[in-house]
Design a protein around this ligand. Structure first.
Ligand SMILES: CC(C)(COP(=O)(O)OP(=O)(O)OC[C@H]1O[C@@H](n2cnc3c(N)ncnc32)[C@H](O)[C@@H]1OP(=O)(O)O)[C@@H](O)C(=O)NCCC(=O)NCCS
Length: 193
């Protein structure tokens, strides 16, 4: 792995256009007929993200990976990820909550430089600050790049999601992955309770 030429910070309103571009180009590359839908998809992603950023929800953050050196005065967003607190069972609002990671994406021309790895480490730091000891996320069975990344970062398959739709039509399944965040050893000076 080459040295990652970026740093990670919380995303801000001025990043929205670039974040929407990174997400849209990563999840819906403008190839073939998709390119006709691209502006509409980017607009939808922009508006959704804007609402989440402005929402002020507790235990929500969007992180942006910023390229260290660029010629332009504007910061260049090269990757992003979101982490939020969700109910374990979305249909049962009384179920326990867990930390859920989503929308991890890195610009295509900046991949394999350790940027996603840095973003995931940023999420783990957030989780620790908030007092959570595990993180969950979904990945599609056929997303080999992402699965390699998550495996390398210590995520394991927690559950294979089976839906009526997936039983009727053979297609890649959604996997729920989980990582238990290693606890930092207590400092020898801290009092034992
Ligand atoms: C998946 C994704 C976020 C990886 O970003 P990245 O910055 O290239 O990842 P990193 O450089 O941090 O890679 C870290 C490790 O992940 C694994 N990995 C990443 N890309 C890989 C690839 N194309 N093939 C195999 N392993 C890969 C490797 O183990 C890698 O470590 P190494 O480079 O030392 O071998 C990026 O490819 C992407 O944005 N994909 C499209 C969006 C997406 O699928 N997001 C995930 C949704 S669940």
């Amino acid at each position: 792995m080459s040295h990652s030429p970026c740093y990670v910070r919380p995303a801000a309103a001025q990043d929205l256009h670039q974040l929407a571009e990174v997400l849209t180009s990563s999840f819906y590359p403008p190839l073939g007929w998709w390119r006709w839908l691209y502006p509409a998809l980017r607009f939808g992603i922009y508006e959704d993200l804007k609402q989440r950023l402005q929402g002020g929800a507790a235990h929500y953050t969007c992180l942006a990976a910023i390229a260290d050196k660029t010629d332009s005065a504007e910061e260049w967003v090269v990757g992003t990820v979101e982490i939020s607190c969700r109910h374990r069972n979305p249909w049962l609002m009384t179920s326990r909550k867990h930390l859920y990671l989503s929308n991890l994406a890195v610009r295509a021309n900046c991949r394999r430089q350790g940027i996603a790895r840095q973003l995931l480490q940023g999420c783990e730091q957030r989780a620790e600050q908030w007092g959570f000891h595990e993180i969950y996320l979904h990945v599609m069975e056929d997303n080999a790049r992402a699965r390699h990344l998550y495996q390398a970062m210590g995520y394991h398959v927690h559950r294979v999601e089976i839906t009526l739709w997936s039983l009727l039509i053979p297609r890649p399944r959604r996997l729920l992955l989980r990582k238990v965040i290693p606890q930092a050893a207590p400092s020898p000076k801290s009092p034992v309770r």
